[in-house]
Design a protein. Sequence first.
Length: 182
Amino acid sequence: MSFKFEKMEIKDVIVITPEIHADKRGSLTEVFKLSDFSENGISNLIFQENETKSKKDVLRGLHYQIKPYDQSKLVRCIRGKIFDVAVDIRKNSDTFGKWVGIEISSKNKKMVYIPSGFAHGFYTLTDDTVINYKLSFEYFPEAQRHIKWNDQDLNIKWPEGNKILSEKDKKAKSFKNAELFD
């Protein structure tokens, strides 16, 4: 297998570390292989692929799409470094309202699989950071929802820094008032 799959404290969120094949010429890294991902419960992942570029201290999130347009994501950092966060917004889950976070970077090559039913956000720790993510469903603006990044009920421990937010993220709803998953 070309990947190491590790469940986080919230078992549905999975950290994926690819195997790097390097020699004197450079390296090759597989970033997705359907058979390996399917064996680990990750399927139907690629319907859309996005890339964002951000300067240091940009915070994007917490975002998700409501059903029937809900999305699973495979997030990787191809330049720079981020702190990546997933929040369980499934009302019937044992981990409802809990969050997990991990630093991923172009150096450590880790990826994070975030299933449907989670809000996602990240904070850039370096300038000129580029994030690539694969989505299990296409983006529908009418279905996108936002939760405040600093919601007191979630109590996410973001890294220190002056957060740069979009207007949408500044106006995000509280966790208590958000449209969540049943």
